[in-house]
Design a protein around this ligand. Structure first.
Ligand code: PMP
Length: 308
């Protein structure tokens, strides 16, 4: 296998890597009509534990709704397949990628009677933005590309086609020597990263763009809001954040299933705070990793154990 994957679950069957193929006239390939998830399974004392799996599965089904896509499998089967893939491939920790898409039947934009197809793959995936990123933070560039407005496409449905915008923003940033992008929404306010939500710290309080700012309703965003409030911080999660407010932030960080909690140390030419990971970011990050690695018994309800 090209990746560290032996087996992929496709439409109810466990398929060898080499055989996990689809037709070139697949609707989803031509029109971006797929929805997907990205979750992490952490290595814990009680074996591999999938973090907030129920929320990921729920979002997968909800992402289908605007496209009238009907998943041919019950959530329990998706869960069972995922756990089997993790157990059978002896993965201690991994990233989990379920995808649902229109397959091939006809090639009009209208999916007509195209079948809805489903696949799940799991693979070992280290730190998304680099090991150094978690400790020292990253440099990000405000993208010249704006985020899709939620009046143009439902941005709270995790749709494959949306990620063309993410690619444009991310690659533009990297071409210019930055690690990642920040994407503004159509109104010019801060929306999110290409694959991350964003938080701002100012005067000891946290701010994150509200759900009406054309963002994905991130599960890590929700996790961080919960953990920060438990640590005693005030969290403003229904605000608009202007571009200029980024410059005067004490701290900034990204959140995401892949990115986890990643500090941002510079935005364009401006150093944030003293240009390193801020203390509140560090505290929240520490708490996040204590929880996901099960160094605490708190929030047991967020974990689905593969070996249970
Ligand atoms: N925004 C976008 C555009 C994303 O792709 C992701 C990653 N799924 C996020 C935010 C973060 O969401 P989550 O914490 O649920 O992974």
């Amino acid at each position: 296998a090209e990746m560290d994957v032996d087996t992929i679950w496709m439409d109810g069957e466990y398929v060898d890597w080499e055989d996990a193929q689809i037709h070139v006239l697949t609707h989803g390939l031509h029109y971006g009509t797929g929805v997907f998830e990205g979750a992490r399974c952490y290595d814990t004392e009680n074996g591999p534990a999938i973090f907030r799996w129920d929320e990921h599965v729920e979002r997968l089904y909800e992402s289908c709704k605007p496209y009238e896509m009907e998943i041919d499998h019950e959530p329990a089967e998706i869960t069972e397949a995922t756990k089997t893939l993790i157990a059978e491939q002896d993965l201690a920790s991994c990233y989990i990628r379920p995808i649902v898409y229109y397959g091939y039947k006809s090639l009009g934009v209208s999916p007509g009677d195209c079948p809805t197809r489903t696949a799940i793959a799991c693979w070992p995936w280290g730190t998304y933005l680099g090991e150094d990123a978690l400790e020292n933070g990253i440099k990000v560039k405000i993208s010249s590309w704006r985020k899709h407005s939620s009046s143009q496409i439902p941005t709270n449905a995790k749709t494959t086609g949306l990620y063309v915008n993410s690619l444009l923003a991310g690659e533009e940033a990297r071409r210019n020597g930055f690690r990642e992008a920040i994407v503004l929404n159509k109104e010019g306010n801060v929306a999110e990263g290409p694959g991350e939500n964003i938080f701002l710290v100012r005067d000891g309080e946290l701010y994150t763009p509200g759900l009406s700012e054309s963002i994905l309703d991130g599960i890590t965003r929700d996790t961080v809001i919960t953990l920060a409030e438990e640590l005693g911080y005030e969290v403003h999660d229904n605000v608009s954040i202007s571009r200029g407010e980024l410059n005067t932030a004490d701290e900034l960080f990204f959140t995401g299933s892949a990115a986890e909690v990643t500090p941002i140390r510079q935005v364009d030419n401006v150093e944030i705070g003293d240009g390193s990971r801020g203390p509140i970011t560090e505290e929240i990050q520490q708490r996040f990793f204590d929880v996901v690695n099960r160094r605490t018994d708190d929030h047991e309800e967020w974990f689905d154990y593969v070996d249970a």
